[in-house]
Ligand binder design. Structure first.
Ligand SMILES: [Zn+2]
Length: 108
């Protein structure tokens, strides 16, 4: 599994969108890329279709290389690495290596 998953709040660490934060909408495992809310917006020309009778130019999210994003820790206010933790009930989760804040489990 990749170091980030759908639903994670991440920050872009490299490239044009460096420093931007957002929630992962989609992980394209085969391509090694992720789609993040409001990051890497691109214009897409959409032809009018039944689904979309208007067509036109839309702003959509492009993808970012998965190795260029890091998990964002709101407590530390920075990009961090996560570690695996197991609670008393045996439930696995991920926590910030710096401040031990647990991250919500991926929405898969
Ligand atoms: Zn932290």
């Amino acid at each position: 599994m990749a170091h980030v998953s759908r639903g994670d709040t991440v920050v872009v660490t490299k490239g044009r969108e460096r420093g931007k934060q957002g929630k992962i909408k989609r992980v394209l495992t085969a391509k090694g890329r992720v789609e993040i809310e409001n990051v890497m917006m691109v214009k897409k020309h959409v032809k009018a279709s039944q689904k979309d009778p208007q067509g036109g130019i839309k702003d959509i999210e492009g993808t970012v290389n998965i190795s260029n994003v890091s998990l964002w820790c709101g407590t530390c206010s920075k990009a961090v690495r996560s570690k695996k933790v197991v609670d008393d009930a045996g439930k696995k989760s991920r926590a910030c290596v710096k401040c031990d804040t647990t991250f919500p489990n991926p929405g898969m």
